[in-house]
Design a protein around this ligand. Sequence first.
Ligand code: PLP
Length: 475
Amino acid sequence: MERSSAQEILRQIPGVDAILLWEPVREALARHPKKIVLEAIREVLDETRKAILQNAGAGTPAAAIAGLPDLIVERIERLAQFTLRGVVNATGIVIHTNLGRSLLAGCAVERLRLMCGGYNNLEYDLERGERGSRYVHAEAILRELTGAEAALVVNNNAGAVFLALNTLARGREVVVSRGQLVEIGGSFRIPDVMTSSGAVLHEVGTTNRTHLRDYRAAINERTALLMKVHTSNYRIVGFTADVALEDMVSLGREHGLPVIEDLGSGCFVNLAPFGLHGETTVQETVRAGADLVTFSGDKLLGGPQAGIMVGRRDIVERCRKNPITRALRVDKMTLAALEATLRLYRDERQAMDQIPTLRMIAAPASELEGRAEELAGLIRGMDGSGVLEVKTMPGFSQVGGGSLPAQDLPTRVVAIRSDSFSPNRIEEMLRAGDPPVIGRIESDFFIMDVRTIAPAELDLIRHAVERMLLAGADK
Ligand SMILES: *Cc1c(COP(=O)(O)O)cnc(C)c1O
């Protein structure tokens, strides 16, 4: 384009003040801060000027100018969006670390609202009228539920493991089975955490087999403790041997060494009736004699992110007094939600009913089938011209969060496919929606597992699919 004619067109682009008077922009101004609106206008104008000067884009300059209102409003909405947003989890992975792990029970959300909207006694002793400790809040209920002498809650389980090792084994050796030197998503590696805590790793056994005699042979004057780690996200099968916690405890007692177990998930209820086997509960681990047990708050426990330590009073006390605890401390939001969640476990039926993580794991087949049929029906009902092929079929959900690997839960999924949209395009458009719907592609179908979809979200999905159909087919 000639320089002069480009300048001519640029002069036709309205100025910021004029644009602020446009009806759609004024509507946006009623909903969003002026700062955001101005930023959006400037960004879009800049891009449009550049495009005209480079003669880029398919349309004519006049079309570019005509398209400004839509572009600007769209940009305002995008800039105004939260970065942390709700999504519909249609993956069927119940404890999905990327999607926020456990959902809180209604009563925990209510406690959060109450405790965070006003002052509270976080660090105030109401009986004595003086400074108290935040660490008392979840302790009593944790002791009651687990049978342990003492409990301490920190920021997350990685922090709990770090704190335990730093307190009990800095500069000394920790004996661990080679088969338990696991990496748990998000770059948490047991050997690395040990090293950074100052403990010296003393590996024993082989990847598939470790015997009590291996632990015994490893004990020397530098040994601080024996450690067992839940292999959370993988399973060794075949010719294997593992040492029971009870046997490690006897060995530890013989030598005056504490035995600690990192349970990872930290389940309080027996999940065998729901077809999930081999997850030892926290209570069982305490009863087996572990001196300290660490686990997450937001995995199978179904509460907020937290690292929970329960065990011998003197050991928990030493951890509490470690100055590093200050860097790992929990806030009032965590304590409020955790206490409310834990109280539900006083009645196991109540816990199963009200804690979303447990409720989703235990969802009966009839409920899943009903929800899948309902969702399929909603989508078909809206797709009048039959652009989509919609069906329900059996599938498998996962517990996730490094819990119960290789144990899939039979479920029901809704599968959609279309001649007009590639599966990737369907996945992309639903992910770009508001709220985004996150599913997966499997043999050319876009798959939504209803186990992790709340009944109230079915209509959101229907809307998302509707918008996708309106936006049009593959270009
Ligand atoms: C998940 C997990 C952790 C880390 O817990 P966070 O609460 O995510 O910090 C540590 N150990 C094991 C065995 C785990 O499964």
